[in-house]
Design a protein around this ligand. Sequence first.
Ligand code: PLP
Length: 402
Amino acid sequence: MPVYLDHAATTPLSAPALAALTTELSRSGNPSSLHGSGRRARRVVEDARETIARAAGAHPSEVILTSGGTEADNLAVKGLYWSRTSEDARRTRILCSAVEHHAVQDTVEWLEQHEGAQVTWLPVDSEGVIRLDVLESELAAHGDEVALVTVMWANNEVGALQPIPEIVAAASAHGVPVHSDAVQAFGSVPVSFSASGLATMAISGHKIGGPVGVGALLVGRAVKLTPVQHGGGQERDIRSGTLDTAGVAAFAAAADDVVGHLAEEAARIGALRDELIAGVERVVPEAVLRGSRSRRLPGNAHFTFPGCEGDSLLFLLDVAGVESSTGSACTAGVPRPSHVLLAMGLSETEARGAQRFSLGHTSTAADVDALVAALPEAYERARKAGMSGHASSIRTAGTGFA
Ligand code: PLP
């Protein structure tokens, strides 16, 4: 079995989620049907909605079930933008952090290119935390033109936790709704939708031990969203489409489990993560930890390794049986420096040596030991391959590097 250090990409199904999924998959019924099977499926969905709401600190009517985090982010950002501009045509500005996941970033860029949005990318400091002073001055200068503010709760690459209460307070003073992508935060750190004051918040099943392909957008009861997807009018007419009863039930089981054990697991995983950081720094002193030492997701460790491509290091670690991530997007096999690291002030060269190790519910001390044992040789070889040789040339070189 490989050593899995990529829980931020997806984490294995938890036992309660697997049990709920397999039970429901063997049953049938469309929750919108009126007969007995439909009513049974509806009960499962509504119980699950209550469980998800409880886990996320929301009211059940605020849970809009979706196919995952990407859809929830699209619905929030487009839905808020269209609803706000239709009420007041001047509100075409979007204030968006410079370190968002592509599910938000590309949605905002699409609105800029196709719907006339004006975008302010809110800068972050060297640890990846949003500059509140810039948010406040943007709101002071253009408050009545702002459609929405969108800032993620926790960053998927460097694990930075954002000051959500301060962001919401600043935006509320100007009557501006805030969306937060809490896909990485939910289940890892305490998250309460109602306490946050957010207008909308995205969460996803497969990051918390649920299945891939299910998530939710939490939508405040007074918040108006223009739907993105039209059809049968499910989910308060905000998100049409037949609900995936089995997926929803499993998502709820995972949410209940993960939030029920959050404090112990965060402490356990956080301690393992600290060992991992100390181990990496011991065996590769050149490695630079990115993000904050204290204010980060418990399962996240992110480094840049000078003089090598993150992609090469990933491949060489994979060959050694350790699965990690560069943390950033790769288009057609061509590594692109991470927009998150560039926003934190790294040079393109520094950003190219990025490697994210993320821990989760199946992680153990043996996983950390395996990484620490494999890393020096993998780094040495990746460094020899240099900055030009990304994974494809290493693969071509075959056993020369592996
Ligand atoms: N937002 C963040 C911060 C993520 O890390 C991810 C997944 O990588 C997503 C959104 C997308 O979620 P999903 O895979 O459920 O579409």
